[in-house]
Write a protein that binds this ligand. Structure first.
Ligand SMILES: CSC[C@@H](O)[C@@H](O)C(=O)COP(=O)(O)O
Length: 341
C-alpha cells in the first residue's frame, strides 16, 4: 500500500477531476468531483483546492475539461475560442499565485493538438510536480542543515505547503517531513494561519498523519516563540517570487520574516521554479488577493464582530528579499543576496 504522501492531491478520473475537499479537513476526508470548469473555479475560489502548485494543476486539468466539452463532436460547441475564454476565467480565479496562470497557459499551449493532448500536458505536469517536489526538498534539507547546526531542530512554518498544496510531499512542509524522517526535528510550531486556519486544520493534520511532534501556534505568538528560543529555523512556501526575490506568500509571512530577522533565525522559502515571476522586479507590484470580510467577521458561520464591521482581509503579503535567508527551488539553493533582477 502506498503511503499517504505518495498519493497526488488531485487526479483525473473518468472525465472529471477528483480531489480531497480541503474545506472539510481535518474532520472529514471528503472527495470532491469536479466535472465542469465552473466546478473547478468554485473549488479554487472557495479553497476546496488550494496551495499554489495544486491550484495550478487544477487549472490545467480544468482546461482539459473545457477542451473535451467544447472541441469534440457532439459536445457543447464553441471550439478553441470557448476553451480560451474558459482558460482566462480559470487563470483569474485567484490572482496572486503565478502557478495558476502559468499552468493554465501551458495547457492551452497544447490546444491545437486536441483535448487528449491538453489532458496529457496537464497530467504530465502532475508527474513533474512530484519530481520537482523531491528535488526541491533535497536541496532545502541541505539548506537547513547548512544554516542550523543545532540538533534536534525546532521549526516553525506558516499556512500549508504539504501534499495538499502540491502533487507530492510539498515544499516547506515536505522539507520538514524529510528532516523529521531523518530524526532531526524535535518539534514543529504550526502557525494556525488566520483566518482560514490552513495551518491548524491542514498542516497539523499532515504532521499528525506522519507522526511528527507539533504544536499549533497562534499567529500572534510566533514572535514570542522566537524570543523564547523555541525556533531554530522558519520554513515557508511562496505564491509568487519576483526577479529580485521578493516573495508573496500567505498573510502573516512578512511579520514572521521581520521577527526572524530580529532574532537572527534563518528564514527559508521553498518553492518551485513555477512560482517565479521574472516579469516583476519589485514585490510591491504583485497583485494581492483581498478576500471577503465575512471570513474575518464570523467564525464557523457565527458573527463575531458587531453588525456592519468592515474587515481588512488580504490573503497574502510580500516579504522583501532583504529579510530572506535563502530561496530554494528544484534547481538548488539561492542565497537571497544573490537573487537580483
Ligand atoms: C506549496 S503552497 C505555497 C503557498 O501557496 C502557500 O504558502 C500559501 O500561501 C497558500 O495560500 P492559500 O490561500 O491557502 O492557497
Amino acid at each position: 500500500m502506498s503511503k499517504p504522501s505518495d498519493q497526488p492531491s488531485l487526479r483525473w478520473d473518468d472525465n472529471a477531476i477528483v480531489t480531497l475537499d480541503q474545506r472539510a479537513l481535518p474532520h472529514e476526508r471528503r472527495l470532491l468531483r469536479l466535472d465542469t470548469v465552473d466546478d473547478v473555479i468554485t473549488a479554487i475560489t472557495t479553497l476546496a483546492v488550494r496551495g499554489a502548485p495544486s491550484i495550478g494543476l487544477a487549472g490545467a486539468l480544468g482546461v482539459a475539461l473545457s477542451a473535451y466539452a467544447h472541441c469534440l463532436p457532439g459536445g457543447t460547441g464553441g471550439g478553441q475560442a470557448a476553451v480560451r475564454a474558459d482558460a482566462r476565467r480559470l487563470a483569474a480565479a485567484r490572482p496572486t499565485a503565478v502557478n495558476l496562470a502559468w499552468a493554465v497557459e501551458r495547457a492551452v499551449g497544447r490546444l491545437a493538438d486536441g483535448p487528449d493532448a491538453v489532458l496529457a500536458e496537464a497530467t504530465a505536469m502532475i508527474d513533474e510536480d512530484r519530481t520537482v517536489n523531491r528535488q526541491m526538498v533535497a536541496h532545502a534539507v541541505r539548506a537547513v542543515r547548512d544554516r542550523c547546526p543545532q540538533r534536534p531542530l525546532r521549526l516553525l512554518t506558516h499556512c500549508n505547503t504539504g501534499r495538499l498544496a502540491t502533487a507530492a510531499v510539498g515544499t516547506a512542509l515536505g522539507t520538514i517531513l524529510a528532516l523529521a524522517d531523518a530524526g532531526e526535528v524535535t518539534e514543529v510550531l504550526v502557525d494556525e494561519t488566520r483566518p482560514l486556519l490552513q495551518g491548524a486544520r491542514l498542516t497539523a493534520w499532515e504532521l499528525a498523519e506522519a507522526g511528527v511532534p507539533h504544536r499549533v501556534c497562534i499567529d500572534s505568538a510566533a514572535a514570542a516563540a522566537m524570543r523564547q528560543g523555541l525556533v531554530d529555523c522558519v520554513l515557508v512556501g511562496a505564491d509568487r517570487i519576483t526577479a529580485r526575490g521578493d516573495v508573496a506568500n500567505k498573510i502573516g509571512t512578512y511579520g514572521l520574516a521581520i521577527a526572524a530577522a530580529h532574532h537572527g533565525i534563518p528564514f527559508i522559502v521553498v518553492a518551485p521554479e513555477s512560482s517565479w515571476d521574472r516579469s516583476l522586479a519589485d514585490g510591491r507590484d504583485i497583485v494581492i488577493e483581498e478576500r471577503a470580510a465575512d471570513e474575518v467577521t464570523s467564525y464557523g458561520g457565527v458573527r463575531t464582530t458587531p453588525r456592519g464591521t468592515r474587515a481588512y482581509n488580504p490573503a497574502f503579503d510580500v516579504t522583501p528579499v532583504s529579510l530572506i535567508t535563502a530561496i530554494v527551488s528544484e534547481h538548488g539553493v539561492h542565497h537571497a543576496s544573490e537573487v537580483t533582477a
